[in-house]
Design a protein around this ligand. Structure first.
Ligand code: HEC
Length: 127
């Protein structure tokens, strides 16, 4: 019986993570490229670019589709070269993996207000 209780606790510990990983999966299922991008993003970027819990402060900025759409090339350049606060990934990631991350980010909805600075906001409620 004891091991059953452990299994339940482990399930509880894992479940919130997996449900968050699927949040980007709003309407359409992800393509293989987007899934690859999601996996690489979770491994390499989420530590700085995803809040540990909703509302938690992140080290990096929130990344989502409105930021990426139409700016694919500059975004890829940032990922390759990094900045003063962010490491570059041109040695650590294949160009195809960087492309896949960008394709994945295009499926990520704008995060709720709680992850942004509280400054009145210029966007409408439906963004
Ligand atoms: C060590 C933490 C860290 C990691 C890991 C990291 N970033 Fe960043 N990233 C940052 C910070 C901090 C910024 C804010 C830019 C600045 O002020 O220099 C940033 C900025 C960016 C931007 C520009 C956002 C904007 O608003 O213009 C993009 C795009 C980006 N990161 C993508 C990625 C991707 C994709 C990965 C994974 C391959 C990644 N980052 C990994 C810390 C990180």
């Amino acid at each position: 019986m004891k091991s059953l209780r452990w299994a339940f606790l482990i399930f509880l510990a894992i479940f919130p993570l997996s449900s968050r990983a699927q949040q980007a999966n709003t309407d359409k299922p992800l393509t293989d490229t987007q899934k690859l991008g999601q996996r690489v993003f979770q491994q390499r970027c989420a530590i700085c670019h995803a809040p540990a819990r909703p509302g938690f402060q992140m080290y990096g900025t929130a990344l989502y589709k409105d930021l990426v759409n139409g700016s694919e090339d500059p975004i890829k350049e940032i990922i390759r070269s990094g900045s003063s606060k962010m490491p570059g990934f041109k040695l650590g990631l294949q160009p195809s993996e960087i492309d896949a991350i960008v394709e994945y980010l295009k499926t990520v909805p704008k995060p709720p207000k709680s992850t942004e600075p509280a400054t009145g906001g210029s966007m409408g409620p439906l963004d």
